[in-house]
Write a protein that binds this ligand. Structure first.
Ligand SMILES: Nc1ncnc2c1ncn2[C@@H]1O[C@H](COP(=O)(O)OP(=O)(O)O)[C@@H](O)[C@H]1O
Ligand SMILES: [Mg+2]
Length: 298
């Protein structure tokens, strides 16, 4: 049986399997996430999908090339999109819990918080509040599962020791760690990326058992002895190359990932509004990020 069939059966079609894309900046991680998204949409149409929008390079327009999208954003914020042939719906939330009630099957749900807050120090509490609700709701079977959550640059929400901005930021990572270990059995998975193994909190990185390796991906020899043996080989890969490591640590050959283009090739995205933690905003409908993180409504 070829690796494609195995990958489809054991990963794409199997709920709850977490995967981490590892490679240097510019190594092709975001493109890999799009490729994985395409795979899930084709092979696991039953899966509900959430894509976290980092706000970089109009990436949501790449997502919108693959499926209709449902943009979920904080009340008071808006987004202006010009893109031909994109099927776009917008939803708003005031309480972090509402993000999960807004999920739609049949559309890729795009969580759009980071572009309105911009600084990781400030958006992490909001993202963490959203994910804290996720585990509660998943336990109570209130979330449409199976669910795949795509999260680029995952170290921003689950930073390793010494990489957090402060204690608070670090404690958010422990919450994610607590969640990720339980979510697998609840059929909720993360398909995430990072540019450095050690940037992600240890208990979080150890929860991933699938890896997609890009140029410059590098594993710790203590934690991943088998995968780290080829660190030198990963350095020499070109930007379109990727290797998938299965949970039993067998590898695919180097494969060529298609290039999906840049979001800006398909149109433009403007984020209207800004959430500023700790500052009163003049817009009546908008909410402060710190209130959001505590689940307090205005
Ligand atoms: N599969 C690919 N084929 C051809 N070029 C690619 C491919 N993946 C990435 N690239 C090139 O490399 C650049 C960086 O890719 P990107 O996915 O944004 O990297 P990262 O997210 O790791 O920083 C892209 O803008 C594109 O020019
Ligand atoms: Mg990227």
């Amino acid at each position: 049986m070829g690796w494609q069939t195995l990958f489809s059966r054991q990963f794409l079609k199997k709920p709850g399997e977490h995967l981490l894309v590892l490679g240097i900046t510019g190594g092709g991680k975001t493109q890999d996430l799009i490729w994985l998204l395409e795979g899930i949409l084709k092979e696991a149409p039953n899966e509900t999908v959430l894509w976290n929008d980092s706000g970089k390079s109009n990436e949501i327009l790449l997502v919108a090339q693959l499926a209709p999208i449902n943009i979920i954003m904080p009340e008071g914020m808006d987004i202006n999109i010009k893109c031909e042939n994109a099927d776009i719906k917008k939803s708003w939330f005031t309480d972090p819990k509402e993000v999960w009630f807004n999920l739609e099957k049949g559309r890729v749900n795009v969580l759009c918080v980071e572009p309105f807050i911009r600084s990781p120090k400030n958006f992490t509490p909001v993202i963490t509040a959203i994910f804290s609700d996720l585990i509660d709701l998943a336990h109570d079977y209130k979330i449409p599962v199976p669910l795949s959550i795509f999260y680029d640059e995952f170290h921003l929400v689950a930073p390793a020791k010494g990489h957090a901005f402060d204690k608070k930021h670090s404690s958010f990572g422990s919450e994610i760690q607590y969640n990720i270990e339980r979510l697998r059995s609840l059929k909720v998975r993360f398909i995430a990326s990072t540019h450095h193994w050690h940037k992600i909190r240890k208990g979080v990185r150890s929860s991933f058992n699938w890896f997609m390796i890009n140029r410059g991906g590098s594993f710790s020899s203590e934690e991943q002895p088998k995968l780290s043996r080829f660190n030198k080989r990963y350095e020499k890969m070109s930007v379109e190359d990727a290797i998938i490591a299965f949970p039993n640590k067998t590898f695919t050959d180097i494969m060529k990932i298609p290039y999906y283009g840049e979001g800006s090739d398909f149109g433009y995205v403007r984020y209207l509004g800004k959430l500023t933690p700790g500052e009163q905003t003049s817009k009546p409908a908008s909410i402060e990020a710190n209130q959001l993180s505590q689940g307090i409504m205005t």
